[in-house]
Write a new protein. Structure first.
Length: 499
């Protein structure tokens, strides 16, 4: 059986703990690979390698760093399909979706290529008599990233390119459910000329995570995952003196006003709710229909959802693949099965779905729940699967109040033709990312990604300017030099006396 090992110090390092985790092909249910799970001692060894590399990389020129990043960007572009194939094989998402993931990660690599302008400092001259003050930003040292299974290439690329561009060295702990893409990213970085030890991939489970959070040699931790784990990461790492950005879960809403183009809104709802099998923290999982449009909107969503073709991710005709594990599939199905008992109308029930020839895969169909109550499990919890809840509101104000009452504040959207209503919405809604007739408002690379409330723990959003500030710390230098005219008697440098 294939084994995925660690990538430490610019080379493959076999796992030493003796512990391995299974990696499954979600389309077949077959265990195809095992991944090494690091011990605390292996975490310590990786940190020592990264600290040694920082002594040189942290002092390297911006020109040297950007040369590597430009070469890395070219290699990633040339290997898009190879990376996407690894994602499909272990996560299950369709190939086109995997390619889209790589493309969004490349945006941050491209941002990192322009780090020379992002790290420019500030200078104030003559703040006092011959006194100048400058502000500069410097790297932190060794930083770590802990990333989720749903975007095994994109989320790591949201972190390490900016971190290393700023002069840090990086330890990536990807999900043990789909680890191969992370190794491929690190191998390509080495091929691009990134020095050994600057980017390291350490596979593991809770043992490795806890060791990273406690290790005194790590200055900062980035995390993307569920809210309970994000809260734990933030609390634990902060208690150990680390800078933390921990992005948690979501319950993203789409408010549809009576004047909206219902066909466009239905198209958007289906794409945003069921794309990548709903395993996205920016998926729309709750549509709030305002006024009398609810029945018509639900019918349009149902018509479109029934046409989605589900199948293996490597089948070019498939539009949605399986879920990551059988256990997750069963958990998602439990919300649908319990929805009717909690007052919802089950318009589409995707539980029990199978694909011919792949009966052991982690399959589930698309589910659509109407008239969902805010106290039901299907609404309160982040399901993380292809389940769309529709709620009803009589007015715009009632819809906004419903959304703002959610403990999550990741992303939200409004569909309307009314510019005044859209303007009010973007100012009044309590969420970190807002779409106006855009269902999944993931910002481009030069703006920052992050939510509010229980969707983010820490002060910094990820990538963009926030990402650069997170991976650097400021320093202010105050300088005073005597004028050459004040040199000791007998030395005259020829400067005129001007004061």
């Amino acid at each position: 059986m294939k084994t995925v090992n660690h990538w430490i110090g610019g080379k493959t390092v076999e796992g030493a703990s003796g512990n391995y985790g299974p990696v499954t092909d979600p389309a077949t249910g077959e265990v195809t690979t095992q991944v090494a799970l690091a011990s605390a001692d292996e975490v310590d060894a990786a940190v020592r390698v990264a600290r040694e590399a920082f002594q040189t990389w942290g002092q390297s020129s911006l020109a040297a760093r950007t040369k590597v990043l430009f070469a890395y960007r070219a290699l990633l572009d040339a290997n898009r399909d190879a990376i996407a194939e690894l994602i499909t094989a272990e996560h299950g998402k369709v190939h086109s979706d995997a390619l889209g993931e790589v493309a969004r990660g490349l945006e941050i690599v491209e941002l990192a290529c322009g780090i020379t302008t992002q790290l420019k400092g500030e200078l104030s001259t003559s703040v006092s008599n011959r006194v100048d003050v400058s502000s500069i930003r410097q790297p932190l040292g060794v930083v770590a990233g802990i990333t989720p299974f749903n975007f095994p290439a994109m989320v790591p690329m949201w972190m390490f390119p900016l971190a290393v561009a700023c002069g840090n060295t990086f330890i990536l702990k990807p999900s043990e459910k789909d680890p191969s893409a992370a190794n491929k990213l690190a191998e390509l970085a080495s091929e691009a000329g990134l020095p050994a030890g600057v980017l390291n991939v350490l596979h593991g489970d809770k043992v490795a995570v806890d060791a990273l959070l406690a290790h005194p040699g790590i200055a900062a931790v980035s995390f993307v995952g569920s809210t309970p784990i994000a809260r734990h990461i933030h609390t634990t790492a902060s208690a150990n003196g680390k800078r933390v950005q921990a992005l948690g879960g979501a319950k993203n809403h789409m408010l549809v006003l009576p004047d909206a183009d219902l066909d466009a809104a239905a198209d958007a709802a289906v794409s945003a709710a069921y794309g990548s099998a709903g395993e996205r923290c920016m998926a729309i999982s709750a549509v709030v229909a305002v006024g009398a449009i609810g029945d018509a909107l639900v019918e349009k969503i149902r018509e479109r959802a029934e046409k989605i073709k589900i199948g293996p991710g490597n089948d070019p005709t498939s539009e949605m693949g399986p879920l990551i594990t059988a256990a997750h599939r069963d958990k998602v199905a439990s919300y649908v099965k319990g929805a009717a008992d909690q007052g919802a109308d089950v318009v589409l029930d995707g539980t029990g779905y199978t694909v011919g020839g792949f009966e052991n895969g982690h399959w589930i169909g698309l589910s659509l729940l109407d008239n969902v109550k805010t106290d039901s499990d299907a609404y309160r919890d982040e399901i993380f699967g292809p389940v769309l809840c529709v709620l009803r509101a009589e007015t715009y104000e009632e819809g906004v109040a419903l959304i703002n009452a959610s403990p999550f504040g990741n992303g939200t959207a409004i569909f309307t033709r009314d510019g005044g209503a859209a303007r009010r919405f973007q100012l009044e809604i309590e969420a970190g990312m807002v779409g106006v007739n855009v269902p999944i408002p993931v910002p481009v690379g030069y703006h920052s990604f992050g939510g509010w409330k229980d969707s983010l723990f820490g002060d910094h959003h990820i990538y963009g300017n926030d990402g650069i500030h997170f991976y650097t710390r400021g320093k202010v230098v105050t300088t005073r030099w005597p004028d050459p005219s004040e040199a000791a008697a007998g030395v005259d440098l020829g400067f005129p006396r001007n004061h």
